[in-house]
Write a protein of this length. Structure first.
Length: 304
């Protein structure tokens, strides 16, 4: 008879009780300019609903520049544009962790002719509470939703292995697999709330196979240098300056280990390795989904 942890994540009702509107807005700049015009500000205000309650899952701020990566000055201008957009949006919707600036490195999307212009592309995922639930926004959209520090009272005995959705059936020694549905913010070790079901499944497997040991391998979406990561630290949720891609990928693996340990897994059963950007699934990502696929955690079974 094994022990199985039954978890209830407070953030799950977001997806069960709310629908999401995807709102896109493009802000254009003149060459070598980074200040917002009055028209830019008016356009940015249209992103958020004015006549109803809402919350935001995330806002992607993507940089597109004709002179992209051609020298330090162009990089500075591109980042200033994005930071000005972010600062203005924060003045309307003050939720630090939902904003993600994406450019080269973690956020690089291979350019096409349609992409080549001096602009910032904003994509907002607006969550709408369901009126029939009778709940207010704070109940539907809690700022933090997690299940950590599990006690023995939270453990329920079961006599069969947990159902698997994201983890393969074969868990023999040396099996390696990508953890599905674990997503990270760009340039950050913080995982998104959409990752919690996948994390819960990994946790329950380790609780059931209580002698299993694993290695977590972190991966990022590029070979970022110190200059880039220093600037990116201004926009990642934890405000941490990572030294390089390997350091960030290791931090991602350690963040998953922290979740497992806080929920009852012996730390000695989980190793962590950072692979940096050396093993990307998509060498030249062309979309945000391909970027997210590169930002991943892989699991290696050391013994069962």
């Amino acid at each position: 008879m094994k022990q199985f942890l039954l978890l209830v994540f407070l953030s799950f009702p977001i997806f069960a009780r709310a629908s999401a509107d995807i709102v896109k807005q493009s802000i254009k700049f003149e060459v070598n300019r980074f200040s917002l015009t009055e028209q830019n500000q008016q356009d940015l205000r249209t992103i958020f609903p004015k006549d109803r309650e809402f919350s935001v899952e995330k806002i992607d701020i993507d940089i597109h520049c004709e002179h992209f990566l051609q020298g330090e000055v162009s990089r500075d201008i591109a980042m200033k544009r994005a930071e000005n957009v972010r600062a203005f949006l924060l003045s309307i919707y003050d939720a630090e962790g939902v904003y993600e600036i994406r450019m080269y490195g973690e956020g690089l999307i291979e350019k096409t002719q349609d992409d080549i212009s001096d602009r910032i592309q904003i994509t907002a995922y607006i969550l709408n509470p369901s009126a029939e639930d009778g709940l207010n926004v704070s109940e539907l959209f809690p700022e933090e939703g997690s299940a950590v520090g599990a006690s023995k009272d939270d453990l329920t005995k079961v006599d069969k292995a947990p159902k698997r959705t994201y983890i393969p059936e074969d868990l023999s020694k040396d099996t390696q697999f990508k953890m599905e549905k674990i997503y990270f913010y760009g340039n950050s070790a913080r995982y998104k709330r959409t990752s919690e079901k996948s994390l819960e499944e990994l946790l329950n497997i380790l609780l059931f196979y209580d002698s299993m040991k694993i290695r977590l391998e972190g991966h990022v979406n590029g070979r970022m240098g110190r200059w880039y990561l220093k600037r990116a630290a201004k926009t990642n949720p934890e405000k941490t300056v990572y030294r390089n891609a390997q350091h960030l990928s290791l931090a991602r693996a350690e963040e998953i280990k922290k979740y497992l340990v806080e929920n009852g897994i012996d730390s000695e059963r989980v190793e962590c390795v950072g692979k940096g950007g050396s093993e990307r699934i998509y060498e030249k990502p062309k979309s945000s989904s391909e970027n997210e696929a590169n930002r991943r955690i892989e699991v290696v079974i050391l013994n069962k």
